[in-house]
Design a protein around this ligand. Structure first.
Ligand code: PLP
Length: 406
């Protein structure tokens, strides 16, 4: 009854985890939900003012399909600053969240049958959108290389039909921040093999451990003609519900995106556009800095608890606002199917026994992984991490006592 393409996609794993956490809450269990891909925060005052002004002035009607000219000019200024390259307003498209920017990129760059290299673990929307475009996601396992996709391993996966590589730094879910050498080597590969880079830097403002986020275009300016930069305000301003993202790309790509978007959503919500424009013009950086400082402090609190882990390695958490753990050493089996099932049972058990909701690595193409978000209140992160450590350190003991009681 439904179109074949509906078989290509399932609801995202993070959405399922959130729903499970909510269901546990409804059943009366006091749940600590660490599944969120967003930061709990008040609204930035500049966003609030911009939106209220827009409403008061009666702003309505369609804007340009890919965003108002004023906003595209401001974003072009921002991208020019971020990359050290001069971008014009015809190289920017404003979208309904970064997710739509990525969808647009997939639809205008990928032909049916093309291959797209997506390093794993990955944010599950990347392969889902590639499939919707008729392309084939090809995953490069980054676990053996410390969750960094090295050019050598990527090149080994390149074929005559490879069209693009997805680079997501800082990475969701692993928190990896790509260094300059790795990015330059990936750029070199893309130039040699004539590939597009879809460069998702949505978490660029959250980088820890003294590291720095680097734009691939800033490092290798020739990449500008083959890179689609994707960013947005969901993460940097904790503005998930307002749905403003953007892409920066060569003019021909932006023109194709404009045509596509004119038949899908048309322009992003004009009040949200105006609010972001107001923010970009009037912001003094203090809101973003406060958000970053709060996350840094929460990260420290979570890491302090997770440092008590002895059975698995504590996370590096270099970027974003996630702790990513590999449960494999805990599971004591080299059988992939069994460890995958045991890892899922561990995450389910964490919710059922300890009331802590996390996202299983199944959602990220890494069945023994586990992601915790620390975008929520610090006391919840502390308590959630403490409970997780107890569950993991007493893994066998808990399993045996459950077996006896069942
Ligand atoms: N890119 C990455 C890596 C993400 O994790 C997310 C959201 O979780 C997005 C893009 C999409 O963000 P939004 O559509 O809310 O701007």
């Amino acid at each position: 009854m439904l179109a074949d393409r509906t078989r290509l996609i399932a609801a995202s794993g993070t959405a399922k985890a959130r729903a499970a956490a909510k269901a546990a809450g409804i059943c009366g269990q006091a749940t600590i939900d660490l599944t969120a891909g967003e930061i709990w925060s008040d609204l930035s005052p500049t966003i609030r003012e911009g939106a209220l002004d827009a409403v008061r002035s009666g702003l309505n009607r369609y804007s340009d399909t890919i965003g108002s000219l004023d906003l595209r000019l401001e974003l072009a200024r921002k991208v020019s600053h971020d990359t050290g390259q001069t971008y014009g307003c015809d190289e920017i498209a404003v979208t309904t969240g970064a997710k739509q920017a990525l969808f647009n990129a997939a639809m205008v760059l990928l032909n049916p049958g093309d291959e797209v290299i997506i390093p794993a673990p990955y944010w599950s929307t990347f392969p889902a959108q590639a499939l919707l475009a008729g392309a084939r996601p090809v995953h490069v396992d980054t676990k053996p290389t410390g969750f960094v996709a090295r050019a050598r391993e990527i090149e080994a996966a390149v074929t005559d039909t490879t069209r693009a590589i997805v680079v997501n730094t800082p990475n969701n879910p692993t928190g990896t921040v790509y260094d300059t050498a790795t990015l330059s080597a990936i750029a070199d590969l893309a130039l040699r093999r004539d590939l597009w880079i879809i460069f998702d830097e949505c978490y660029a403002t959250f980088v820890h451990n003294g590291l720095t986020h680097h734009s691939i275009v800033a490092l290798v300016p020739e990449m500008r003609s083959r890179t689609v930069i994707v960013n947005g305000f969901s993460k940097s301003l904790a503005l998930t519900g307002w749905r403003i993202g953007y892409l920066a790309a060569p003019k021909a790509v932006v023109a194709a995106v404009a045509a596509l978007q004119s038949h899908t959503t048309s322009n992003p919500n004009v009040i949200a556009q105006q609010a972001v424009l107001h923010h970009l013009i009037h912001d003094d950086g203090s809101f973003e800095t406060q958000l970053q400082e709060r996350l840094k402090a929460t990260r420290e609190i979570g890491l302090e608890e997770l440092a008590r882990l002895t059975r698995i390695a504590p996370p590096r958490a270099d970027g974003g606002f996630y702790f990513y753990l590999d449960l494999a050493p805990l599971l004591g089996t080299t059988n992939g199917t069994i460890s995958s099932q045991m890892a899922r049972a561990t995450v389910d058990g964490l919710l059922a026994r300890a009331g802590v909701a996390a996202v299983t690595g199944h959602a990220f193409g890494d069945p023994t992984g586990l992601r915790l978000s620390y975008g929520v209140d610090a006391h919840l992160v502390k308590e959630g991490c403490a409970r997780l450590v107890t569950q993991i350190e007493r893994f066998e003991e808990i399993l045996i006592s459950e077996a006896i009681n069942s």
